[in-house]
Design a protein around this ligand. Sequence first.
Ligand SMILES: [Zn+2]
Length: 314
Amino acid sequence: MVHGLNVSMTSKDVKPANIDIAQTFQIEGLDVRGRLVRLGPALDAILDAHDYPRSVSMMLAETLTLAVTLASALKYEGIFTLQVQGDGPISLLVADITSAGALRGYARFDEQREAAAADAEGAQVPRLLGNGHLAFTVDQGQDMERYQGITELAGATLADCAHNYFRNSEQLGTVIFLRTRLKGEGQNETLCAAVMVQRMPHTKADEGEADDGWRRAVVILASLTAEELLDPKLDNDALLYRLYHEDGVRTYTPQNVLHRCRCSREKVSTTLKSFPRAEITVEDGSAQVVCEFCKATYNFAVVELDALFATKDS
Ligand SMILES: [Zn+2]
């Protein structure tokens, strides 16, 4: 569904329409398609469940936002997962989003190494993640898990690493502008936002004109400031209009994004059953399983474990 730019909104509508959304847009005159993603409360719901140091929260917020941005450019029914693995202080960042917009994520890190690296000089990715890779997969249910892509961590930021993927693997002109402002230090909530522009097969008669159009889209994107992108009072349509109005920007209905974990007692039971019974630690008469994504705790009393393992195929 397409709607115009001059949508009037009452003040109480502004916030939900602006934040926790993924929005597709098209720059008609330049043969360029784009995505605008702005996340706030959905990120804090995820980060608040953990007690990560700031550098880890920052990297996870960016991983979550990048996941939503990349997923919104794909047509899929199921789960999109972005995983970043490195040999640095942060060893793992995971974000996944369903096609319905349910987002979750977590990080693994070494406390001592993180503390030493947090205030050191140098770009984020080499300093906090080290060598490793960024991979994304799409799981569409019964079908085999389809491997979408993988790229080395070669870049200063996660957005740079994604650029490298598109440059090397897809040969698709893609630029992502991503900025984060964490909660705390005078900020009431976390905001992380991204604009991604992608070159489409062109409709121009002249190749040079198409190249010029793409360059223009990239130059205009570079004029965007973090303040504009992270200003929740600046409406999404107004933001895109400010950038690309001369070239005819068309915006589509945004998709809402919210934090929702997919863990359940049933899924935890299945995982427990896959372990040898002897490896399950029982304390004070029950085994405890904590979801790595949302920190939900599931308790299994010994009698429940007995019942569970009685049905185990062997
Ligand atoms: Zn969970």
